[in-house]
Design a protein around this ligand. Sequence first.
Ligand code: C5P
Length: 314
Amino acid sequence: MRLYSLLASAKINLYLEIIGDRPDGYHELVMVMQSVDLSDRVTVRSLGVKEIRVCCDHPQVPADETNLAYRAAALMSAQFPKVFAKQGGVEITIEKQIPVGAGLAGGSTNAAAVLVGLDMLWNLGLTQLELQELGAKLGSDVPFCVVGGTAIATGRGEELDFLYGLDNLYVLLAKYRSLSVSTPWAYQTYRQQFGESYISDSAGLDERRRRVHSGSMVAAIAHQVGVEIGQGLHNDLEKVVLSEYPKVAQLKETMKALGGLGSMMSGSGPTVFSLASSRLQAEQMKTQIRQQLSDPDLELWVAQFIPTGIRLDS
Ligand code: C5P
């Protein structure tokens, strides 16, 4: 086949703790990541010419090498130059549903889809681990996006320990269309404000990772108890983003007051989510929030937890 269409899921962070600095300038993290079925459709198609082309229906998504999906194709062509020469170039079409600059890994999941799509298009037969390793060269969230589901992510976010996948929970996602947060800014500001509390010895870092592995969030996921998952939500980046963006802080408070299982900002924001035990509950919260905050700039989505990352669009 000369064309593959893939669905690429967004992720939310159920837990995000910043525990230290890294020599490569990144942060040591302990996160719990979860795929949700708000997805982009990414189609990869062989071109007759030796070129990488990106087409996207979203005005904020660039079509050049600043797009992570483009960089994923460039990485694959550099890793497999003979196949690239033989097969010709590739056209990547991205149909966007996931909001841009939202803390939902939209760019990372598009890149993950290109890796998986080119593996199929070029008959490379790469293992999931090889795809994750290639993904880590592109961004910290890309390896998770390849596989998806529910996972503990440590290191930069690329070291994954997959948990029993959750699919019995729903989420209401809310984002102001005109607002986006720079991820490097969020991490740098966190370092400036809280860097003194970072752990620097490897035994201490190990101890913190183990604390999450054996902690209440992972136990709640293992037992599939939505209420406890809601109670265990945590995101260190809220400390810097909510004070800088009062609209996001207010959105979180409004969402929290609606009930649900718990509310939190995802990643570096500005998307805020509320967990729900049923689609009906999530839809009811969506209606309520529309009534309470009638701002046309506010976008809302209901999504379900899913146990997969990149999948073929049947
Ligand atoms: O890996 P990715 O390109 O998605 O990261 C975006 C930015 O987020 C990095 O440039 C860095 O500033 C910050 N970051 C970090 N530590 C991590 C992951 C991301 O400081 N573990």
